[in-house]
Design a protein around this ligand. Structure first.
Ligand SMILES: [Zn+2]
Length: 340
């Protein structure tokens, strides 16, 4: 099969890789219908995260099951399936509590590399959710979004306790931030403030339910949020970037007693203890337990109630994976979809 491999920062190539095989009896093999480039793939691509190259890339996937191991019971060959970037058994105590991304048997899909034609999915019964039938082609981008960015934005909104009567602010206008706006809207937030200075992203935020746009960042962005909320700050703030500046912008935009849902992967962020102590702000986040939300998200997409696939503003054949990374690195694209 062919798959994307990162050799060094800025050097991603489509190469021949070994076809995956069933290793554990709980595995499935899927043929990818679509895959994509994630904002978090840019950390090693930019050399900010060390590259243990050559490394297979990609952790988002939807596809058709080709083969299952002897211990797989509910997932069947021929089904169209979606899974998250952590494989999980969905049965341990941590999974049952809704934290499948900390499953005691979890396996990171990024080490398997799903920017490829085929992929081995560990713990298939726990990891994968099948659609009721084969979806029409126009729904595939939305199901692919559910594999990570939609589920991650959703977790951010839930962790920030977005809901009726709440003012929600979203820091970050990447795919996760935009889909956090969609999630907050679906959770019936009263007011949704998208923080963005890019016109096409502002437009999509408004389509997804944002009521206000704030272009300022850092301290000025915080001041604007305070202005819009009678000086109090937002009830719920979703942090979808992961830098020191964005994390502090999120915390300082939150009112006392409010909640920050942080889902941008934090890099070199340090929190000031004394400021945290006096802020009365709740922090909850981490790698999103996307699997918790997948059945509901699959249902909403299948019934065409949400359209998260709009975040893919670039579609390329898998052969052009390098261009997908470049376009996202240079912020020419919000998110690049790859057709195997
Ligand atoms: Zn588990």
């Amino acid at each position: 099969m062919r798959g994307a491999v990162l050799h060094a920062p800025g050097d991603v190539r489509l190469e021949a890789r070994d076809d995956p095989t069933i290793v554990e009896p709980t595995d499935a093999i899927i043929r990818l219908s679509a895959t994509c480039v994630c904002g978090s793939d840019l950390w090693p691509y930019r050399g900010i995260e060390a590259v243990q190259g050559p490394a297979p890339m990609g952790h988002e996937y939807v596809g058709i099951v080709e083969e299952v191991g002897s211990a797989v019971g509910t997932i069947k060959p021929g089904q169209f399936v979606i899974g998250s970037f952590w494989a999980s058994d969905n049965t341990c105590e941590i999974c049952q509590a809704g934290y499948q991304s900390s499953c005691i048997h979890r396996e990171l899909m990024g080490t398997i590399g799903t920017q490829a034609e085929l992929a081995r999915i560990p713990l298939a019964d726990g990891t994968l959710v099948a659609t009721p039938d084969l979806p029409s082609a126009d729904l595939i981008p939305s199901f692919l979004a559910a594999s990570d960015v939609l589920g991650t934005g959703w977790f951010g909104a839930v962790a920030a306790e977005a809901g009726p009567g709440k003012t929600v602010a979203v820091v970050g206008d990447g795919a996760v931030g935009l889909l956090a706006v969609l999630a907050a809207k679906h959770l019936d937030a009263e007011r949704i403030i998208a923080m963005s200075r890019h016109a096409p992203r502002q437009q999509l935020a408004l389509e997804y339910g944002a009521t206000d746009i704030v272009e300022e960042r850092g301290g000025e962005g915080v001041a604007r949020i305070k202005e819009l909320t009678s000086g109090l700050g937002a009830h719920s703030v979703i942090e979808a970037v992961g830098t020191q500046e964005s994390m502090m912008q999120a915390i300082r935009s939150t009112r006392p007693g409010g909640h920050v849902g942080y889902v941008g992967v934090l890099h070199d962020v340090e929190l000031p203890g004394e400021e945290m102590f006096f802020s009365h702000v709740h922090l909850h986040g981490g790698p999103a337990p996307v699997r918790r939300f997948l059945p509901q998200l699959v249902d909403l997409i299948w019934n065409r109630e949400i359209d998260p696939g709009k975040v893919f503003d670039l579609s390329l054949p898998l052969d052009e994976v390098a261009e997908g990374y470049r376009a996202m690195d240079e912020r020419r694209a919000i998110k690049a979809l790859l057709w195997p």
